[in-house]
Design a protein around this ligand. Structure first.
Ligand code: HEM
Length: 480
């Protein structure tokens, strides 16, 4: 084993990178501790080139070619094993002494593929159209709350919180036909947000080194997940109540139960519990991050905001009778789509590399031999600054998506990593696109939002860890 390890290390020694990273995981831990993994990852690539060793067994790549090899060569580069440092662990809390495995947490490729086949049909564009009225309901409650607060004069609101409340309640409606009470009360309820924030931060930090991962495993085993994780507790309760009820519902839980009753061996009650749990867990933070980034970049770029408004006015005039515009119309708006794509490009939701393990026989990537078992990957913050997107990649400029030729746009989309890639691409993407598009359109149709203090005095705080949550987004919201 020692001999193999020495050989393994010898191959990796040829790869440039910070000296500290060649013998310890301290570089990664420090980047997360300072909440600037995106910035640190971008700068090591500027300094050392497209292939950088960022840990004793961890290599970061920057090129689109490496991205393709790692994420899209089918099942070759797998999610990591349970016994290694691994942020997928958090996706499966222990329930009745076993991990509650779901699409996000499953490392076993055949089991993952089977589950995806069995429930994937519920997440297609056509299937999620059934959830539009649920999204409308939450968006309208969001509008009502903002109208109440801005009726007399513009109000200073922390939009980083309000957009999170909207995202959470929408997911509650879609999954179990229940808002979680966040929009209604205007604050976090049951510690849903606070606990998730803690879990995401701790997992991001503790999974940077195998020894910390073991410590995290020990700590998690001491507190029963049903008590420690409010989302799990809520999910278990909802599934129990629904299975005892005779009223079928058109939400995600109702649809999953429909599949279960027809083919119980394909989707068990445990599978559907896990699916609802991961939909709520994997969806709320990233949805909120995208919404916040849109609000922030529009506030910082009045030219873009006014162009978006012009597009909204046009469709508003055509469909003025309708209270809330249908997604079938909204999804066709080119500038709105460009704004969303550009936001996903400049502010990806994952701040760390989405990790994969090199296949047992090793692989050659970007000219370097990578031994089997090495942790490899590309950080979306690095990839999205590649020249595939032009020369001004530090600028927020939605026009790049409209000016590109068909072929160029194809490549831009191909390397847009915000929703992941390959067999693990985000299954909630269609829900996310519908929810985000509707929220943006309905808000900017009725309100304006500017930063309470204009830049450079005001900058938001981006917590660049596993996820890239933003805080300190005081904005002045006014009715139009
Ligand atoms: C803007 C919003 C969203 C973004 C940016 C996003 C991003 C991502 C990314 C990057 C992955 C891949 C992770 C990996 O390979 O390790 C992923 C997977 C996943 N996402 Fe999302 N997500 C969003 C919204 C949602 C929503 C709304 C849901 C549920 C309703 C959801 C459910 C999932 C699930 C279940 C997976 C695991 C899929 C698999 O491995 O087969 N996501 N998401």
């Amino acid at each position: 084993i020692q001999l193999l390890r020495t050989r393994h290390r010898r191959h990796l020694t040829a790869i440039p990178g910070p000296i500290l990273a060649s013998f310890s995981n301290i570089w990664k831990i420090a980047a997360i501790y300072h909440e600037d993994m995106p910035g640190w990852n971008v700068s090591v690539h500027k300094k050392y080139g497209p292939v950088v060793r960022i840990g004793p067994n961890h290599v970061s790549f920057a090129s689109p070619e490496a991205f393709q090899v790692i994420y899209t060569s089918r099942d070759l580069f797998t999610k990591r094993r349970r016994d290694q440092s691994d942020f997928y662990e958090v996706g499966a809390p222990t329930y009745r002494d076993e991990p509650l495995e779901n699409l996000f947490s499953l490392r076993d490729a055949p089991r993952h593929a089977a589950l995806r086949r069995n429930i994937g049909g519920l997440y297609t564009k056509a299937a999620v159209a059934d959830f539009e009225s649920k999204i409308d309901d939450c968006v309208m409650l969001f509008m009502k709350q903002l109208t109440n607060r801005t009726r007399i004069e513009p109000a200073k609101l922390d939009m980083s919180l309000w957009l999170h409340l909207l995202a959470f309640d929408c997911l509650g409606e879609i999954n179990v036909s229940k808002k979680l009470g966040l929009l209604e009360t205007g604050r976090d309820v049951n510690g849903f947000i606070e606990t998730s924030d803690k879990i995401f931060y701790i997992v991001g930090l503790f999974t940077q080194a195998p020894i910390l991962q073991r410590l995290l495993g020990y700590l998690r085993s001491r507190a029963p997940a049903e008590e420690a994780e409010p989302i799990l507790k809520f999910t278990l309760n909802e599934v129990k109540t629904r299975t005892e009820s005779l009223h079928p519902q058109g939400d995600m839980l109702g649809k999953l139960l429909g599949v279960h009753y027809k083919q119980p061996e394909k989707v068990t009650i445990r599978d559907l519990t896990a699916a609802i749990f991961i939909n709520l867990t994997a969806g709320h933070d990233v949805l909120a991050i995208t919404l916040r980034a849109i609000w922030y970049y529009l506030a910082c770029n009045p030219r873009v905001k006014s162009k978006l408004r012009d597009e909204i006015k046009l469709v508003n005039n055509q469909l003025s009778s309708s209270d809330i515009l249908p997604y079938s119309e909204i999804s066709k708006l080119p500038y709105l789509n460009a704004v969303i794509h550009e936001t996903l490009r400049v502010h990806p939701n994952t701040g760390t590399i989405i990790e994969r393990k090199a296949p047992p026989g090793g692989a050659t990537i970007d000219g370097y031999y990578i031994p089997g078992g090495t942790i490899v990957g590309v950080n979306a913050w690095v990839l999205h600054r590649n020249e595939v997107y032009g020369r001004d990649t530090d600028q927020f400029r939605p026009e790049r998506w409209l000016e590109a030729s068909t072929e160029e746009r194809l490549r831009m989309n191909q390397f847009l990593f915000s929703f992941g890639a390959g067999t693990h691409t985000c299954i909630g993407k269609n829900i996310a696109m519908m929810m985000v598009s509707k929220a943006v359109l309905e808000f900017y149709r009725r309100f304006d939002a500017t930063l309470a203090l204009p830049p450079p005095e005001h900058t938001w705080k981006v917590h660049g860890s596993w996820v890239t949550k933003q805080t300190e987004m005081d904005m002045i919201v006014s009715g139009m």
